[in-house]
Design a protein around this ligand. Structure first.
Ligand code: AMP
Ligand code: MG
Length: 491
């Protein structure tokens, strides 16, 4: 049986140095462990066809669907601040692009599908744990309304991969509006290939920002757009307590989607300096550093675009700096507006920022759970019963003092308590992919071949803003002995 995907590939039509043509390496015994049926339909694929042994072979890279033009994309990148002129897809292969039901072009990529010319010393494979983590967290982000790559499927390969120990291998099918990164621009810029940078910029404009194609200065507009999307994205991360973990320039998408879920995590207790990633020894990518790192990455993008801005280098730099200067305002506006919604404010007053900062400071001092504090604050807004939010603070009096000022501020607005509570419930999730839950799911899959916990966690996280009484325990922070202090990228 041949399975047909309605591919309409454009990236593989770019010049040959943009990628390497390479087919996935077949694996021993593919087994489909998860198919995202709704996403398949959204992509114009038949979930019943994918949910067959042939489908599993496609999703494992053992069989190519009709029309695929498999490539590994070239890119460079700054890893923890150090430039590497050639990275590229070392364990990912793009099968092709489809136009989804909303008319949006989507990449379908296999991650863990075998070596490519960019693999360096890597084996081109992925272990089951990181595949499950990426599946869970990317789909949770989607349900939270945050721009992200998606997960179409996870398959086990029937092979083992060598990491610190031997681990079960797996392949993730990732869907993205594109896999073009800041590092993709750096690949060409580092080679002095201005024509490559221009070709790539034109491709990105046509694909992600078609309305600026006719702009007077399209490349300036491109930088402006990417700056705006990244500023908005990072604000959204902070508003749900998400820590990406490896914000290298090669993990920074020019479409503004969250990409490359490695040692990422959601924080439990609010702590601006929180780091989970075992490889982030200096805390470069700590929770509160993420906006400044995004700007650092965007500055690298701007450097690549300088030759397209002007032949006069000083002028080009000045123009780039002007555009980059917009990051702070866009980020702060999105972040502050998000925080105001989280505490239930409908209007803006000068003193709001300080009021909210005082809550965050009290949370940090009192080990308050980030997610539950805001969720329970919504309940308190509805009922004037503060018990459940007070209980988040080691010293509940710290909340009481703040609540007096908060209620006084709320009284300036005409909205009813019920209206406010409803608005707060819609922005403050109850369920996030807590580390200890993700870890438990991975252990059950690896040790007992038991995917029921994985399925259940995905179900709960698909409705993060709904109460779901049956799954109430999923909202709980970890007990002291369940705490996961470190996450690993496991590559
Ligand atoms: P990441 O940590 O996933 O952002 O990857 C950084 C770079 O390392 C990219 O070029 C990846 O393709 C490459 N890489 C990561 N893991 C592997 C692997 N198992 N085999 C080959 N290349 C890899
Ligand atoms: Mg990466």
């Amino acid at each position: 049986m041949t399975v047909h995907f309605p591919f309409q590939n454009t990236y593989s039509a770019l010049p040959a140095n943009f990628f390497a043509r390479v087919a996935p390496t077949p694996v021993a015994a593919p087994r489909l462990i998860k198919l995202n049926r709704a996403l398949a339909v959204q992509l114009g694929l038949d979930p019943d066809v994918l949910d067959t042994p042939e489908g599993a072979e496609i999703l494992a890279g053992k069989r190519l669907p009709d029309g695929a033009d498999p490539i590994a994309m070239a890119y460079a990148g700054h890893q923890f601040g150090h430039f590497v002129p050639q990275l590229g897809d070392g364990r990912a292969i793009l099968l092709g692009e489809v136009i989804d039901r909303e008319g949006i072009r989507r990449d379908i990529q296999l991650k863990g599908s075998g070596p490519t010319p960019f693999s360096r010393r890597g084996d081109g494979r992925a272990a089951l744990g990181p595949v499950l983590r990426e599946y869970i967290v990317s789909e949770a982000m989607f349900a939270l309304g945050i721009p992200t790559t998606r997960s179409l499927a996870a398959v086990t390969s029937g092979e083992r991969v060598q990491r610190e120990t031997m681990l079960p291998g797996a392949v993730l099918t990732r869907v993205a509006s594109s896999h073009i990164r800041v590092g993709t621009f750096q690949f060409f810029a580092a080679r002095g290939d201005t024509d490559g940078v221009r070709r790539l910029a034109d491709h990105v404009i046509a694909r992600h920002y078609p309305d600026i194609a006719g702009a007077e200065r399209p490349y300036h507009a491109l930088l402006e757009r990417v700056v705006a999307r990244q500023a908005d994205l990072v604000a959204r991360w902070l508003l749900v307590g998400f820590i990406h973990g490896v914000m290298n320039t090669d993990n920074c998408s020019v479409s503004g989607e969250t990409i490359d879920y490695g040692p990422c995590a959601f924080m439990d207790d609010y702590n601006p300096a929180q780091v989970f990633s075992s490889i982030d020894e200096m805390g470069r990518y700590a929770y509160a550093n993420q906006p400044q790192i995004a700007l650092w990455n965007l500055t690298r993008l701007a450097e690549c675009l300088l030759p397209l801005f002007s032949d006069d280098k000083d002028k080009a730099i000045e123009q780039a700096q002007f555009v980059l200067g917009e990051f702070a305002g866009t980020f702060t506006a999105a972040y502050q507006a998000g925080l105001r919604s989280k505490v239930g404010l409908f209007t803006v007053q000068d003193s709001d920022e300080a009021l909210i900062q005082d809550l965050l400071d009290a949370m940090a001092k009192n080990n308050a759970d980030f997610t539950l504090t805001f969720r329970r604050l919504g309940d308190a807004a509805g009922s004037a019963d503060d018990d459940s939010v007070r209980a988040q603070f080691t010293d509940p009096a710290a909340f009481d003092e703040w609540a007096v000022r908060w209620r006084k501020r709320l009284a300036d607005e005409p909205q009813s308590a019920a209206e406010r509570q409803a608005a707060m419930r819609a922005v403050n999730p109850l369920f996030i992919p807590r580390n200890h839950r993700v870890e438990a799911v991975i252990q059950a899959a690896m040790n007992r071949d038991d995917y029921a916990p994985f399925e259940e966690l995905i179900t709960v996280l698909s409705k993060p803003f709904e109460d779901q009484p049956k799954y109430a325990a999923y909202a709980d922070p970890p007990l002291p002995d369940q705490r996961v202090l470190q996450t690993f990228c496991g590559t």
